[in-house]
Design a binder for this molecule. Structure first.
Ligand SMILES: [Zn+2]
Length: 436
């Protein structure tokens, strides 16, 4: 199949003609040839200059819920998360280790996780890299490269050994991980403790909790020498700390999530009908003020944000509305959200491709390659490489029609692939995106 269109490359948008072939062994479309001229033949698909093609996205922050006990498979499993990912234009993701049972924290539990992942890849062809949990009992890095995750402050599914109580406790364990990449959930435990009696989800988890935690993480990264990655950054002050650390050449990276770029506490409060479903919008860290949201959007537009990651965290609708569990599914809406950034916030396509594909791939690929070396059965699946528009790379694209201003109105409950079929973007009182 020959496709002629405007592809978003690493630094520019360029019209190219690609030849794609369907590879039976991996069940993926693969790029067979790249040519800007007509040399590879007339196109089967021709896209206009208003239709831009993104190489499919990588989400580095997903909760797929599946563990060896399968007790949370009613929320999601690797296969349903992978189908939701493909539905949203995402071709690979990284999975967070906050499982209630058997999180990957040592070699044996890690192998059990990879076994579940391999089973899913055989059905969906979506590669998944699991983060390894560092907790109070962790004894040091694996002999091969894996991404690590620390809960510095309690989030969902916490057990007493999972999160750290203070900086000293954290330092003692992280001293065993110099040189490693460690992702952090940053909400300082002392602040969470101090505000536990507050009346709303947002005031129980205030901005200062994030800022204090990031502050500690940066100090420890300098002292010990690991690569800190800050998950789902939500505050202006937290972002300023991160940008400042980058200026000081600390090898820090950070991600922003769609809900912190779209919703603000003012927005939710001003929409009276949303009050009765306000627990739906519980997420950790919480939806922040409009000033935080606008600042995060501003640094996205300037290309200062490393990654865009959904923090896809499915629960049943009952768990959300009655029990107020934190997090919501977002893989299905990844591409739609990107369209909103492009069409309504005028974020440059090249910046989006950098955050969502190219930089995300550079983050993902070394961990995936390390997994392939450790688990030869994964190699036999023969999955194409990700993150370039080059021969032998995955030929999967997310197509955005810039003339079509519809965004979230295209979303229906029925076309969600996540198991519990709800989305924060289904609850919007307006459907055409946020017009300003
Ligand atoms: Zn998360």
């Amino acid at each position: 199949m020959i496709v002629d269109g405007c592809f978003v490359l690493n630094h520019e948008i360029r019209r190219q003609r690609l030849s794609l072939h369907y590879d039976e062994s991996s069940q993926c479309w693969v790029i067979a040839d790249v040519d800007a001229s007509l040399a590879i033949g007339p196109p089967d698909w021709y896209f206009t200059d208003q239709q831009i093609l993104f190489p499919s996205f990588i989400d580095i922050h997903v909760h797929a819920r599946e563990d060896s006990s399968a007790t949370e498979n009613y929320k999601e499993d690797f296969t349903s998360a992978s189908l939701a990912a493909r539905n949203g234009g995402v071709s690979a993701f990284m999975e967070m280790p906050n499982n209630r049972v058997d999180p990957p924290r040592d070699l044996e539990s890690y192998r059990r996780k990879v076994f579940l992942i391999a089973r899913s890849i055989k059905q969906t062809s979506v590669p998944i890299v699991p983060y390894v949990l560092i907790d109070k009992n962790s004894t040091g890095a694996f002999s091969f490269k894996v991404p690590y995750k620390v809960y510095y402050g309690v989030s969902v599914n916490a057990d007493p050994h999972t999160s750290f109580a203070n900086k000293d406790e954290l330092k003692e364990v992280l001293a065993k991980y110099p040189g490693e990449m460690i992702a952090f959930h940053c909400e300082h435990p002392s602040a969470l403790k101090r505000y536990v009696g507050e009346s709303t989800h947002g005031t129980r988890r205030p901005p200062s909790a994030e800022v204090d935690a990031i502050h500690d993480v940066i100090e420890l990264a300098v002292e010990i020498g690991f690569h800190p990655h800050i998950c789902h950054l939500s505050t202006k002050e937290g972002a300023e700390l991160c940008l400042n650390a980058k200026k000081r050449k600390i090898p820090l990276t950070f991600e922003v999530a769609p809900h912190h770029l779209y919703f603000s506490s003012e927005m939710l409060e001003s929409e009276a009908e949303l009050q009765k479903i306000s627990s739906y919008f519980h997420v950790n860290p919480p939806i922040r003020e409009e000033r935080d949201r606008l600042y995060l959007l501003e640094i996205v537009k300037k290309g200062l944000v490393d990654f865009f990651a959904t923090d896809h965290a499915p629960h049943t609708l009952e768990e959300k509305l009655v029990k107020g569990f934190s997090g919501f599914p977002q893989l299905d809406t990844y591409g739609l959200f990107i369209e909103w950034l492009l069409k309504y916030e005028k974020v440059s396509p090249v910046i989006i491709a950098k955050m969502c594909t190219y930089a995300a791939c550079n983050f993902f690929n070394p961990f995936w390659e390390s997994m392939l070396l450790q688990f030869p059965t994964l190699q036999t699946l023969n999955l194409p490489k990700l993150g370039q528009i080059e021969k032998n790379f995955l030929g999967d694209f997310y197509i955005v029609d810039l003339y079509d201003k519809e965004v979230f109105s295209r979303l229906t409950k029925e076309n969600l692939k996540t198991k519990n079929q709800h989305s924060p973007f289904l609850y919007r009182p307006f459907t055409k995106g946020l017009e300003r």
